[in-house]
Write a protein that binds this ligand. Structure first.
Ligand SMILES: Nc1ncnc2c1ncn2[C@@H]1O[C@H](COP(=O)(O)OP(=O)(O)OP(=O)(O)O)[C@@H](O)[C@H]1O
Length: 363
């Protein structure tokens, strides 16, 4: 059996702070997650100097937590907000709501639901570039075409792609300075963190700021009544994923991978993360699974073949579908009209995946 939060905090109470007192009582321990033997938390320093001074504390904390019986892994991240984050916020770009996006999260008791939203699906991947945003956009559009009320939240703060893929770039409005009005495209209600923040500023954000921004996207956007909200996560297994799974009542996660061995190794990390955080994995999607030559019709398995389905079967995870490398998918994504919004074999493939999710009660 894994350790409890109380055991972890008791161990941290034995770690001395440089200025006196102990780590557990210092208030620096944030986002503590204890699940099936894995312990993760953030040490939130008040500045870069303090963060440097905390390194021995972090090392000692890791040592004492690792010594707790049942602990299988420890991840402690020290974050700090440099002077840039403390500078007064510049005026918002013209047309932007006078809202500050990116702040420390407000405390909350356990995972919360988003008002008016029946289900939340996270779309994740172990590594970047496997088509997670393409899958999120097409799934959202295909579900909307099935008559579902669909929202799409682009939570990829470092590389937001939904404005481009869904063909919207307007800054969302806010009449009262508190609630953000989302955008609408192809039957989908849409919001992207990328539409609200200055990318140069977001890049210096650390864990707690990202958590706060995500919380704002979920609670301050006027999503209306939705059957399903799809969240396009950043690639990998970082703070945004951790926050979403811990703080939000998620219906489950869909993991996207290409069939390459390296992508599958990373997909496994994403699967392990969702499992550790007790987020149900609703299915795996194999993207860019083969290439059909438009001239001769020959099918080549550029990145390997069937790996994702085999992985799903091995793990008892539903296999949701396989999508070929398709020029129209790439072009239409770049042009702001997802391929699922049109007609043809790819739109049909998306319709099939959307129907499976609807029939399974997942969307
Ligand atoms: N099945 C496909 N056929 C052809 N091109 C595709 C396919 N899936 C995705 N692409 C293209 O691959 C590129 C990367 O896709 P996408 O942005 O969806 O990946 P991602 O996993 O979200 O990446 P990141 O998270 O790193 O931004 C895009 O140009 C997209 O149009």
């Amino acid at each position: 059996m894994g350790p409890t939060r109380e055991q972890v905090m008791a161990a941290l109470a034995r770690v001395a702070m440089p200025g006196g007192g102990d780590l557990a009582g210092s208030g620096l321990v944030q986002a503590l997650a204890v699940a099936e033997g894995a312990v993760r938390f953030v040490l939130e320093a008040r500045g870069v100097d303090e963060a440097r001074a905390l390194e021995p504390v972090r090392a000692e904390a890791e040592r004492v937590v690792r010594a707790i019986p049942g602990v299988t892994g420890v991840s402690i991240v020290v974050t700090a907000h440099g002077p840039a984050a403390k500078a007064p916020a510049p005026p918002p770009p013209s047309g932007a709501p006078s809202l500050t996006i990116g702040r420390h999260p407000t405390p909350q008791a356990g995972p919360q639901r988003v008002t008016g939203v029946d289900r939340i699906l996270a779309v994740g991947s172990g590594k970047g570039g496997v088509g997670k945003s393409t899958v999120s956009a097409n799934l959202a559009v295909a579900l909307a075409r099935e008559g579902r009320r669909v929202g799409l939240l682009d939570a990829d703060i470092y590389g937001p792609s939904q404005p481009r893929m869904m063909g919207v770039s307007k800054r969302p409005a806010s009449a009262d300075g508190k609630t953000i009005e989302p955008l609408h495209a192809h039957g989908v209600t849409l919001m992207s963190i990328g539409l609200m923040v200055d990318p140069d500023k977001a890049i210096v954000w650390r864990g707690p700021m990202l958590m706060g921004a995500l919380q704002q996207m979920l609670t301050q956007v006027n999503w209306g009544r939705l059957d399903v909200l799809i969240v396009d996560l950043p690639p990998g297994t970082g703070d945004v994923q951790l926050t979403l799974c811990q703080r939000t009542h998620l219906t489950g996660a869909v993991v996207v991978s290409t069939p390459q061995d390296v992508a599958l190794i990373d997909a496994r990390k994403a699967i392990d993360m969702f499992r550790t955080l007790h987020t149900p994995i609703l299915g795996l999607i194999e993207n860019m699974s083969s290439f059909v030559c438009p001239n001769c019709g020959h099918e080549s398995h550029v990145f390997g073949h069937g790996g994702v389905e085999a992985e799903a079967r091995k793990d008892g995870i539903p296999f949701l579908g396989r999508l070929p490398i398709d020029l129209e998918t790439r072009i239409s994504g770049d042009e702001g009209v997802p391929v699922a919004a049109g007609e043809g074999p790819m739109a049909e493939a998306w319709r099939g995946i959307a129907r499976r999710l609807v029939e399974g009660g997942m969307a």
